[in-house]
Design a protein around this ligand. Sequence first.
Ligand code: TXA
Ligand code: MG
Length: 353
Amino acid sequence: MKTEIVKIDNIQQAAKQGFFDKARDILQQGGLVVFPTETVYGLGADATDAAAAAKIYAAKGRPSDNPLIVHIATPADAVLYAETSPLYWRLAERFMPGPLTVIMPVKSSIPQTVTAGLSTVALRCPSHPVARALLQAAGRPIAAPSANLSGSPSPTCAAHVIDDMSGRVDMIIDGGDCDVGVESTIVKIEADDTLTLLRPGGITLEMLEPIVGTVRIAEAVLGALPEGAIAVSPGMKYRHYAPKAPVYLLDGSSAQIVEYVKAQHGKIAVLCYEELLEEFKTFLPADRCFSFGKQTDVQHQAQQLFYLLREMDKRDFDAIYAPLPPTSGLGMALYNRMIRAAAHHIIDLKKGN
Ligand code: TXA
Ligand code: MG
């Protein structure tokens, strides 16, 4: 398949050039369009077209038991696709458009291919201007998982989308780098109108709780699922967002982390806080030391994480070492992605201290 790549810097200009009409036509005909969102790039198809949604699974190599998020143009569109509750409207008023996905009972307008046969659907109203313009032009909901091959880190820039999706989709819209860098927060509205957090993201627990009260945190968010357990969200399985090289997370002080990495052999690399970069460079080649931002700048770390994991992956390292991040605020999203990238390999350096 020939993939058309379109760069959009200016929405009005792109509209004048007919780019959104073209994308709408592709979606209407059951094709695939990759588009930027504020979190990561999405691989989109008409969410009301079962055959089109099936193409998403094929393009990603995604197992068919892992449902897709349905993107909507405005929060109010939710009534067309889900049984909304008062809690949904509270969330919508405060956090939409934005990096929040809400799971609710599905209506028959959404085919089972999209929900992987579940009785619920995940809805999200993105805030990225290109995503919004596309949804408006399309005049239909867009089913879109992250635009990576299944198992790889999500793409946060057009170059990484092109690496994975060239030849597999009809159109790729290049809208520059994604702001948040990790996928949306996913919450599920339970039958008693309470909330469970299934995947942490840009809308943090600390932001949600003042609006909706106590939020239950699904077990898999901060830990490994017990052997044989069924994930509430099928995407929360064991290894995910993972580069080819094994990743090890180091739980200890800066000094302990440096000392540990120093003792390792082979073609290893580190992903570290900016404050430690120069220290690592004293014993590792500079091109194997990657900073993902200042220790306190979690926003920058989240924005850089997948980008750097994918860049590191091009270099065939034997192993990648990174600090285990704290879990407060946006740190919870970072921690959640990093333990998956590391297949839960956490090395406790504090032991015996
Ligand atoms: O930021 C995002 O959410 C990005 C952009 C493109 O919007 N999308 C994204 O989609 O991350 P994806 O498919 O990579 O992750 C969606 C997650 C999966 O883990 C899936 O299992 C879960 O949402 N999910 C979707 N529908 C669900 C449902 N009805 N119940 C439980 N989990 C659901
Ligand atoms: Mg994904």
